[in-house]
Ligand binder design. Structure first.
Ligand code: ZN
Length: 558
């Protein structure tokens, strides 16, 4: 691609061009922005380079030789790259006169490239630094055969269709308003209804699992974050402090300290353990505007957070219970495949070797007991304890980080947490941080893409639309709609003076799971059919049957 760009735009300077997960990119310094037409021309030029089947020749040379080679060609970025390389010798690849600095390896010749496609253009600062010059980046991908390329392009098309930012607008779920601030989510009625349904489910299940539900404030004195250590090791993710009556306060980046203060509010005995505190706690973290992305990377989000305080002898049973809970919750949302990671002790750590050993074994035994296959991220744990991370795989096979279970030996120490043991002495509790969904905003974004906006009945903001064939059916339709509403079913009545076909189409576009069409036949026979959003029909039902059919599907969260 770089060769093709140089052929068409000799004034362009080549900067850096690595391979990435699904393809490659190259950055160019050029006095104009590339256009979609340019991409087509570059792709055509690439095809003719491929046809020539010219070999990639590997040349080893000293760094100085390479520097004068690229300096002569006016390739200042290559010279700068070479200046930062420490090795004495470097490799340069020569393809029909086009030279590039590269470690290799390469294909033997250009003719081996079976399927290639340029995908997009973006601006990118040289070396990712906004103080440097903005370069033009071209993304592309290549495959072993045209069939695999086609498959990948279809996948990208599907990804685009399911983009939660696009569906969020189409289904009126949420928005981000620059006047309010980037990275801050406004939940619209439809999105808010889904969130409320998720929250209700979450709270009910936590109560059943023996958790106590908490609320905590959004700001706290800066001293809290000094004690917790966040000010030292998390400062760059925190917003600047604000001053209240001469005392600095800070927006909370985490919920943990508040739960600790609730724990410390009374003397604790070994008999009370384990203590499980859960909160849908909204936190604020500073992220650069350049990395913000819809619901997936934001500045304010709600963690489905919990802290478990246990004795040493309880840790294993506790981890097992959390793991069960995670799988139950994630499966309820339709996720069946998981990628699991166990992260062990890093070089720098706090806590005794014995504690680390016990906690890591407890995490690993729990994974084994659940039959989950897992990868070990050796040394990848936090300095304060080992952890389990679980990614879910969505309907397109993409993995998303959601759940985490982290053992913590640090905060109980820093906050001097104790309990009275059965021996009458003071002991330190072990603290476990855990989240199932991670962040409600992010999880919601993943759900939107996973379901492509077609939420299952229990989550759908509007569950049933009642559609009239003509004006004379309005009264009967209203009776049915209010009957459903009384049973807690979220219903929308469409009695507009419009063709019934249009009204059904509108219901389908909004991805409402069921439509009920009301006409003469339905009124006479007092029976109703449900039309699924995919066009299938269920029924007919008497009204009572219809309600219990819907309630069953909602309660089973199918
Ligand atoms: Zn925590």
């Amino acid at each position: 691609m770089a060769h093709a760009v140089k052929n068409l735009f000799p004034q362009a300077k080549v900067a850096i061009g690595p391979s990435i997960a699904d393809g490659f990119y190259y950055d160019f310094d050029i006095d104009r922005a590339f256009t979609p037409e340019d991409l087509i021309a570059i792709e055509n030029e690439m095809e003719s380079i491929i046809k020539k089947n010219s070999p990639f020749l590997r040349r080893e040379m000293t760094k100085d030789e390479a520097m004068s080679l690229f300096a002569e060609a006016g390739e200042i970025y290559k010279v700068e790259l070479l200046q930062s390389i420490e090795a004495e010798t470097v490799t340069v690849y020569d393809e029909d006169g086009f030279m590039d600095l590269c470690r290799g390896p390469h294909l033997p010749s250009t003719g081996r490239i079976a399927a290639v496609k340029l995908l997009s253009i973006a601006g990118a600062y040289w070396r990712g630094d906004e103080k440097n010059k903005m370069l033009q980046r071209i993304y592309g991908t290549a495959f072993n055969n045209p069939k695999d390329l086609k498959k990948y392009l279809d996948f990208l098309e599907e990804v685009k269709k399911r983009d939660h930012r696009r569906l969020g607008k189409e289904l009126d779920l949420f928005s981000i308003n620059e006047e309010v601030g980037p990275g801050l989510i406004l939940w619209h009625p439809n999105g808010a209804m889904i969130r409320k349904t998720i929250e209700d489910f979450w709270r009910d299940e936590h109560q059943k699992a023996g958790y106590k539900l908490l609320y905590s404030p959004h700001i706290a004195r800066l001293d809290v974050w000094k004690t917790s250590g966040h000010l030292d090791f998390y400062n760059e993710n925190m917003f600047a402090p604000m001053e209240v009556e001469g005392t600095p306060y800070e927006l909370k980046p985490m919920n943990c300290p508040f739960h600790i203060y609730i724990y410390k509010n009374s003397l604790r005995s070994y008999r009370e353990f384990p203590i499980r505190y859960a909160e849908l706690g909204t936190v604020y973290r500073f992220e650069r505007s350049g990395v913000l992305h819809g619901l997936l990377r934001v500045r304010g989000f709600t963690q489905d957070d919990a802290h478990i305080f246990t004795r040493e002898d309880q840790i294993e049973a506790e981890i097992l219970q959390v793991l069960d809970f995670i799988l139950f919750i994630l499966r309820t949302f339709g996720f069946e495949q998981f990628e699991t990671y166990l992260s062990t002790r890093p070089e720098k750590y706090v806590g005794s070797d014995e504690h680390w050993q016990k906690a890591t074994t407890a995490l690993e035994d729990a994974l084994k007991a659940k039959g989950l296959s897992y990868n070990i991220d050796s040394g990848g744990g936090a300095f304060y304890g080992p952890k389990i991370d679980i990614k879910v795989k969505d309907s397109l096979g993409r993995a998303w980080q959601c759940s985490t279970i982290q053992v913590d030996f640090n905060l109980p120490e820093r906050f001097n947490m104790t309990y009275r043991g059965s021996d009458g002495k003071e002991h330190r509790p072990i603290m476990v941080h855990r989240a199932l969904m991670g962040s409600l905003e992010r999880f919601f974004g993943v759900l939107v893409e996973h379901y492509a906006g077609a939420f299952p009945l229990w989550l759908a903001p509007v569950q049933v639309s009642v559609v009239t064939i003509s004006e004379k059916h309005g009264e009967y339709a209203e009776k049915i709609a209010s009957g459903l509403l009384q049973k807690g079913i979220r219903v929308e009545l469409d009695a507009d003076d419009e063709k019934v076909g249009n009204k059904i189409r509108k219901s389908t576009v909004k991805k409402i799971p069921y439509a009920i069409v009301v006409g003469d036949k339905e009124m006479e026979q007092n029976s109703l059919s449900l039309r699924k959003r995919n066009g299938e029909n269920v029924g007919p039902f008497a009204i009572d049957e219809l309600i219990s059919f819907l309630c069953e599907e909602i309660n089973l969260r199918r």
